[in-house]
Design a protein around this ligand. Sequence first.
Ligand code: SF4
Ligand code: SF4
Length: 218
Amino acid sequence: MFGFLKQVGDYTRDAVDAARNLTQGLAVTFDHMKRRPVTVQYPYEKLIPSERYRGRIHYEFDKCIACEVCVRVCPINLPVVDWVMNKETKKKELRNYSIDFGVCIFCGNCVEYCPTNCLSMTEEYELAAFDRHSLNYDNVALGRLPTSVTTDPSVQPLRELGYLPAGVMDPHDVPADQPRAGQLPEQVLANLAPSAGADAADGGESSATAPAKEESAE
Ligand code: SF4
Ligand code: SF4
């Protein structure tokens, strides 16, 4: 008797779980059915890339020490560091530096490991060219300052979905002075700064929980 009742209880619980999961899935579907498609009128309108977007690499010739760390950490040994040894000074003399963006996978390893921080990833993503050989950037092309969607007067910058205020689905509906939904990296660091001293006192426990607290506050 008790075995039969247990089977009925298990069956009922499974049926309720299945109904709840089905309802949750359909809720997402119905939520999307209410949304209108959002069209970005490129190239007159452009989405603002996120702060950690990995676009075209910027290079500062004067800071490069020709150590070739970037070549060794690159999964395809892509950067070409052209240097000669000056026999009088017994120091390397950098002649040229190039990266072929037709081959680069924008992994960011070279930027991460460069000891002098002369490499950085920019938000520039418009690298289309008629000839793939023109994607091989030398140190002059790599040293060019990147274009920015937010400072280009001919472009209407639009926020990506993750940066829209809560409840807004279309970036065209957001006034330019509306506060963004998320926090900028410097704001996150500023919020974490006061807890840095407390970390030392409590063995670093609070630093691990700080991001979680911020997320729950948002
Ligand atoms: S790692 Fe940096 S400093 Fe070294 S060669 Fe590459 S770009 Fe130059
Ligand atoms: S981003 Fe990655 S693939 Fe491109 S040059 Fe740097 S290390 Fe190599």
